[in-house]
Design a protein around this ligand. Structure first.
Ligand code: NAI
Length: 470
C-alpha cells in the first residue's frame, strides 16, 4: 500500500543508472541541468554489477590459474595449486563495490539526486517512483530512458536460478562446477567458456548456427577454435537446444542436430541466447509517455537519441543494437547534450567489439570480405604476434592483426586475435575515426617493444613494406 505521495520536479530525469544512464546524468549536470536518477537496483547497472565487470574479474583470475603452464615454460615452477573460489568471488565483489562507490561519489560531486525505486511513466511529463511502501511523482522537463536489457528466456529453459541459470546467476556461483552446458555460442556463452574452462570445468556449448561468435570474422574465430582446447571439442554447432530437464543436482539438455535428438548433461545449464529490452520497457509504461518502439522492441530514436516524444530520449541496450556498454556511454553523452540544447548527434560507424576469449578477439570497421563488396580494389595486411618481440617476451605469441584498406590506403577495418586485442583495438578505432591511412599508422612511431607494433606492422604489410615479415 502506498503511504506517502509526494511530488517533486527535475529538469532531467534519467531512468536507469547503468553505463548509459549514469554517464548521461553526469554529462547533463556538467551542462548545468538539475538531474534526478532513478534505478530499482544499485548504481552501475548490469554491466558493472552483474555483467562486464564481474565477468572480466573472473576471467582475469581464471587466466592466472591457466597461465601456470606458461610459468612452467619460462622456468617458474610451482607446487600444487590451491584455488579458493570463495575468496576470488569476494575479491570480485570488492572490485564491483569500489566502482559502485565511485559512481555514487560522482553523483554527489555533481549534485545529482539518486532515487532507488521502480519508475513508471504516468503521463508525458511525470514519472512515478515506487519503493516498498512509498511512492512519489517526479515531474520532468526532459527524460532519458536507459533501462538496458534482460536475458531472453526461451520455452523449455525457464530460469529457475537452481540448474537453469542466466549469466547473472553464473557469476554468483559459489563453487567451480564440474560441467556446464551453455545454450548459445555468442559473447556471453564464449566468455563463460573462457572463465570456467580455465577454472577446470568442462564447458559444453550448444550453438544453433554453423559457427560460434557469428558477429566476428570467420578466420579470427577459427583461430581460437584451432589453437585452444577450451574452444575445441566441446563446442557443438548446428545444434538447437529444445528443453532442460533438471533432476537433483544435474540437468539434462535435450537438443536436435541434423534431425537427430541428442542429450547433454551438466551441473548447470546457462542460457545465453541474446538479450531483449522489452520486459523493462513494458514495466515502464512508455506508451503513457507517447514513446514508440520499433518492430524489434527497441525505443525508436533518431540520431540524437530522441524518441517519438521530443522531450524523452533513450540510450543503451533499450535503444538498439549493438548492446555494448561503450555504445551506451557514448549515447549517454550525446543524449544529455541534446537534452541540454546542444547540437550533437550519435555516429555509429566505428563501434569496436571485443570478445574476452583467450586470446582475446577484437574488431572494428569492415572485414576484407565486406570491403571487397564495397570497393573495386582493396589492400589487406596481416602480421603475427609470433614475430613480435613484446609478445615473445610475454610468452604470448599466439594470434595476428589483420587490416583492410581501400586501394588508396584509407583504412576500412581491423581484426585482431591475440594478446591485448582489447587494448590494441583502441588505436585502430582512433585511426578509423580520424579517416586515417595505412601510412598514418605505419609512420607513427610506436614504442618498442609493445603489442601495438603488431598493428603498425600489419599496416606496413598491406603496403608490402613490413620490416619483420619474411
Ligand atoms: P548473442 O546474440 O551474442 O549470442 C546468442 C547466440 O545464441 C547466437 O549465436 C544464437 O545463434 C544462439 N542461439 C539462440 N537460440 C538458440 C538455441 N535454441 N539453441 C542453440 N543456440 C541458440 O547473445 P548473448 O551471448 O546472450 O549476449 C547478449 C548481448 O550481450 C550481446 O548482444 C552482446 O552485445 C552483449 N555482451 C557483450 C560482451 C562484450 O562486449 N564483450 C560480453 C557479454 C555480452
Amino acid at each position: 500500500m502506498v503511504v506517502g505521495d509526494v511530488e517533486e520536479g527535475a529538469e532531467l530525469v534519467v531512468i536507469g543508472a547503468g553505463p548509459g544512464g549514469y554517464t548521461a546524468a553526469i554529462r547533463a549536470a556538467q551542462k548545468g541541468m538539475d538531474v534526478v536518477v532513478i534505478d530499482k537496483e544499485e548504481v552501475g547497472g548490469i554491466c558493472l554489477n552483474h555483467g562486464c565487470i564481474p565477468a572480466k574479474a573472473l576471467i582475469h583470475a581464471s587466466k592466472y590459474r591457466a597461465d601456470l603452464k606458461h610459468w612452467d615454460e619460462i622456468g617458474i615452477h610451482t607446487k600444487e595449486l590451491d584455488v579458493d573460489f570463495e575468496s576470488i568471488q569476494e575479491w570480485k565483489e570488492e572490485v564491483v563495490d569500489k566502482l559502485d562507490t565511485g559512481i555514487e561519489q560522482l553523483f554527489e560531486a555533481h549534485n545529482i539526486e539518486y532515487k532507488q525505486g521502480y519508475a513508471r511513466f504516468i503521463d508525458e511529463e511525470t514519472v512515478r517512483v515506487e519503493e516498498e511502501h512509498d511512492a512519489e511523482n517526479v515531474k520532468f522537463e526532459k527524460a532519458i530512458i536507459a533501462t538496458g536489457s534482460r536475458p531472453i528466456e526461451i520455452p523449455g529453459f525457464e530460469f529457475d536460478k537452481e540448474r537453469v541459470i542466466s549469466s547473472r546467476d553464473l557469476l554468483q556461483l559459489e563453487e567451480v562446477p564440474d560441467e556446464i552446458v551453455v545454450i548459445g555460442g555468442g559473447y556471453i556463452g564464449m566468455e563463460a567458456v573462457t572463465k570456467f574452462c580455465k577454472f577446470g570445468s568442462t564447458v559444453k556449448v550448444l550453438e544453433a548456427q554453423d559457427r560460434v561468435l557469428s558477429g566476428f570474422d570467420e578466420e579470427i574465430v577459427d583461430h581460437i577454435r584451432e589453437t585452444s582446447a577450451c574452444y575445441g571439442d566441446e563446442i557443438y554447432t548446428g545444434v538447437t537446444a529444445k528443453e532442460a530437464v533438471p533432476e537433483g543436482e544435474k540437468v539434462t539438455v535435450k537438443a536436435e542436430t541434423d534431425g537427430e535428438n541428442i542429450e547433454v548433461e551438466g551441473d548447470y545449464v546457462l542460457v545465453a541466447v541474446g538479450r531483449t529490452p522489452e520486459p523493462a520497457l513494458d514495466g515502464l509504461n512508455i506508451e503513457k509517455a507517447g514513446v514508440e518502439t520499433t518492430e524489434n522492441g527497441f525505443v525508436d530514436v533518431d540520431e540524437q537519441l530522441r524518441s517519438s516524444n521530443e522531450n524523452i530520449f533513450a540510450i543503451g541496450d533499450c535503444a538498439g543494437q549493438p548492446m555494448l556498454a561503450h555504445k551506451a556511454y557514448r549515447e549517454g553523452k550525446v543524449a544529455a547534450e541534446a537534452a541540454a540544447g546542444k547540437n550533437t548527434a550519435f555516429d555509429s560507424q566505428y563501434i569496436p567489439k571485443v570478445a574476452y576469449t583467450d586470446p582475446e578477439i577484437a574488431a572494428v570497421g569492415m572485414t576484407p570480405m565486406e570491403a571487397e563488396k564495397q570497393f573495386e580494389s582493396t589492400k589487406v595486411g596481416k602480421f603475427k604476434f609470433s614475430a613480435s618481440g613484446r609478445a615473445l617476451t610475454a610468452n604470448k605469441p599466439d594470434g595476428f592483426v589483420r587490416v583492410v584498406a581501400r586501394e588508396s590506403g584509407k583504412l576500412e577495418g581491423v581484426q585482431i586475435v591475440g594478446p591485448h586485442a582489447s587494448d590494441i583495438i583502441a588505436e585502430a578505432t582512433l585511426a578509423l575515426e580520424m579517416q586515417g591511412y595505412l601510412d598514418d599508422v605505419a609512420n607513427t612511431i610506436h614504442a618498442h617493444p609493445t603489442f601495438p607494433e603488431v598493428f603498425s606492422e600489419a599496416c606496413e604489410d598491406a603496403m608490402d613494406k613490413s620490416i619483420h615479415k619474411a
